[in-house]
Design a protein around this ligand. Structure first.
Ligand SMILES: [Zn+2]
Ligand SMILES: [Zn+2]
Length: 330
């Protein structure tokens, strides 16, 4: 809870998201999203649906990122709040994120903060008239998870299909694909490659690389520093990477320090990864602040890395528009 308390003190409740919803600039200058722009571009973009962690921060939904390519939304992870954050982005003009169009998700690993929104993603869009099954790609175990969720909601599905509710399609169904590293999906918009990453004692955890016609986007998932992510990026357009504060880490109990060092990546370590990976834009997400601010995190990374860095908030859209793409060095 330290993260939530620290955020509450530093930027106040709802600061980033409320500023976005009001169409105003964020409370601080760490990132300046273009989520208010109408969705007229076909350019590939990243929409930060949820930048949070297990901390129940009301301003940061659970981890979920959307890559928008060719007018379709490809989700990565489904933390709590995913469908409502997608609806918020759709209301700002990104129509690919309308609920009935959410039809594919790539799960990085089975930690609950990344998957608690899976039943939401399976069922809510169906109730809102998605007519095709949800395609779910993820590590071994994802099929069991979706099977158990369908069993848990069997009565809901039966009642909706047998009563007066008009939606009778099979859009509640799930096609679960258990994957290994390598190319896992390809269509006319994107080729998606799963990148094996080290994350505490998980046997299977992945980042994902999206190669679209115009851009390459890499999303780390949860990982300690990994050369596989740097290699997958290799000059990519956007590297979305998890991070924790090097300064805040020092205040953590030693038992938690051991875990975080095994599971996640510090700002100092990420500076090294980014120097190797050379992304055009480095986007911090799944941030563990432990008392520091977005601006502090960016400063910490800039101690060892001179490229463009932003600390994301929910509903940010990247890359930034050209006129905002060269943030001042701090
Ligand atoms: Zn996580
Ligand atoms: Zn995790």
């Amino acid at each position: 809870m330290m993260t939530l308390l620290a955020l509450g003190r530093s930027i106040g409740p709802c600061a980033g998201l409320c500023a976005l919803l009001a169409g105003a600039a964020p409370a601080s200058g760490a990132s300046k999203p273009d989520a208010v722009a109408p969705d007229t571009t076909r350019a590939t973009r990243v929409v930060m649906l949820g930048t949070g962690t297990p901390n129940a921060d009301p301003d940061r939904s659970g981890p979920a990122v959307a890559v928008i390519a060719g007018g379709r939304a490809y989700l990565v992870d489904c933390g709590p709040g995913v469908v409502r954050r997608a609806a918020a982005a759709a209301a700002r003009g990104i129509r690919a994120l309308e609920a009935d169009r959410l039809s594919i998700v790539f799960v990085t690993h089975l930690h609950s903060d990344h998957t608690v929104g899976l039943p939401d993603l399976m069922l809510t869009p169906w109730v809102l008239e998605r007519r095709v099954p949800l395609e779910v790609y993820g590590p071994p175990g994802i099929k069991d998870m979706t099977d158990h969720l369908l069993a848990a909601y069997a009565e809901d599905i039966r009642i909706r299909q047998s009563g007066l509710e008009p939606e009778k399609s099979e859009g509640y169904k799930v096609n679960a694909h258990e994957i290994e590293e390598g190319v896992v999906y390809s269509d006319s918009n994107v080729t998606v490659t799963a990148i094996a990453v080290p994350h505490a004692n998980w046997e299977h955890a992945f980042g994902y690389r999206f190669e679209a016609r115009d851009r390459v986007i890499v999303i780390s998932g949860d990982t300690r520093p990994s050369e596989t992510i740097a290699r997958a990026c290799n000059g990519c357009d956007v590297l979305v990477h998890e991070v924790y504060s090097t300064k805040g880490f020092k205040s953590r109990p030693s038992v938690w320090q051991r875990y975080h060092a095994d599971a996640h990546t510090s700002t100092e370590q990420l500076a090294g990864i980014a120097t190797w990976a050379r992304p055009k834009l480095l986007v911090l997400y799944h941030q563990l602040f432990w008392g520091v601010t977005d601006e502090d995190l960016v400063r910490e990374v800039h101690r060892g890395y001179s490229g463009a860095v932003v600390s994301a908030r929910d509903l940010d859209v990247y890359p930034l528009p050209a006129e905002k793409a060269h943030p001042k060095k701090r």
